[in-house]
Ligand binder design. Sequence first.
Ligand code: ARG
Length: 582
Amino acid sequence: MKKIIDILTDKMQQAFADAGYDARLGVVTVSDRPDLCEYQCNGALAAAKQYKCAPIVIAKAVLEKLDASVFSSVDIVMPGFINLKLSDGFLTEYLEKMRTTPDFGVEKTGDGKTVVVDYGGANVAKPLHIGHLRAAIIGESLKRLYRFLGYNAIGDVHLGDWGLQMGLIITALKERQPELCYFDPDYTGEYPADPPFTLSDLEEIYPYASGKAKQDDDFAAQAHAATFELQKGRRGYRAIWEHIMRVSVTDLKKNYDDLDVHFEQWLGESDADKYIPDMVEEIKAKGMAVLSDGAWVIPVAEETDKKEIPPCILLKSDGSAIYATTDLATIVQRMRDWNPDKILYVTDKRQSLHFEQVFRAARKCALVRPDTALEHVGFGTMNGEDGKPFKTREGGVMRLAHLIAEIKDVVRGKVIENQIAEDKVESTTAKIALAALKYGDLSNSPAKDYIFDIDRFSAFEGNTGPYILYTIVRIKSILRKYGAYEHLPIQNAANDYARDLMLSIGRFSSCAEFALTSSAPNLICAYVYELAGAANKFYHETKILSEPDSALKEGYIALIALAKRVLETSISLLGFDAPEEM
Ligand code: ARG
């Protein structure tokens, strides 16, 4: 379905052309003065310069030619603004079409296209930190948005499972239990099926080992050597690695499940390993890599650069792979297996130089198709109330499970206060807590740092996730009381509040599209907040269930039912959903 804004722009452009002006001037936008009009066109002002003529004269000439069938009023205002209001008939028909078309008639701009969303990025055996929380929340939302607009969207967690942390753990394990068969180079038998450690052992070993490596050079050297040998394929180390993977991936999956974050692919840096040798050979053969202090690097600086972009390191001088190497090899794997039109990376914005280097290197070495887009969505830091990177109450590293538990504690109290049936308290609390957390994060533009404030985020009023849920829950309750409503058509707006609500609903597809092209879930939050506001206003100012005129009442019900569906779809794009009651 064409977006309202496009329908209006088409009509206006036709009028500009018919009046003898450049059609491109006829762009219609949502009004920035909703008290005066609903949509507006400022093209006559721009045309005035081009055609050396008073804007008011141009506006009048355009108006003569305008097909005004979709408008209830077209006003020309000095010095030459064209102010537009939609006709009742047009608006009602449009919403009725939205109501009866799958996904509200959103244009599936991604049909036939594939996008890989690389998000999550947890590091195996290392604690998840706040950055990983943001990567999960923002990435999941973007992936759902792409999928909604028709893309084949593949979410890949891209685990950090091939780095020094593995060598550190192996070394610490060896120090503690040197007798284990994994460390015996002559051992040729099968390795035990059960891991020689538990999840809580692992959680203790990593901080111990990384702390020790900082003070003990010999230990650090051993850990580096172990990492190198693991990557070279040493059997016993590989077996330990597999144990580490099984134990921590099980735990990670649970963490992500609790966040309602789901990946299609659980690949990691290690999966890129097998593509490295051929890729390196190919890049060298193409002459794209040069030796620099023994390391192979790909120069990626360009003349137009305003700041220095250092070369992308392909292999370190000892021949080992680094972060950039695995990212390049992962591109090779993704192109080979999925041939995507776009790869989107969601990480902390402090990695932006890394991705700039990797993207340039990938293009230069033709690892991607020329028309495959590579985009980095870099996000800011989640800070505590002191303005410093967020820590838990105890001040230690953030643990996702604890963070969610803290939010739940705040929310649970309110749920109990609202007398939710006992057997629904936990599931309702979980949904509200997730909405508080995700909306609190997503309502900021990704690149911005923001302050994590549990009390503000979990308030049932204001610009918060729970407020949005509350709006939906309230509509659900009216609909339950009303009875069957699915067949009721949209009617002309019965009052100004209904009209505002209808205008908001009508903007849904523009908003979804714009959020996607700007990689900005915050635009969906802003839309949802506006829509919820309009729905609440309508509800407050209109007697719905007690309306005696049944035809009028049917129109009210059809309208709030559509508002509810659009709200529900919007929050599903943000990654959460509403309970029945709260
Ligand atoms: N594991 C990385 C980290 O914790 C994030 C991975 C992001 N994705 C990527 N393809 N580099 O910083």
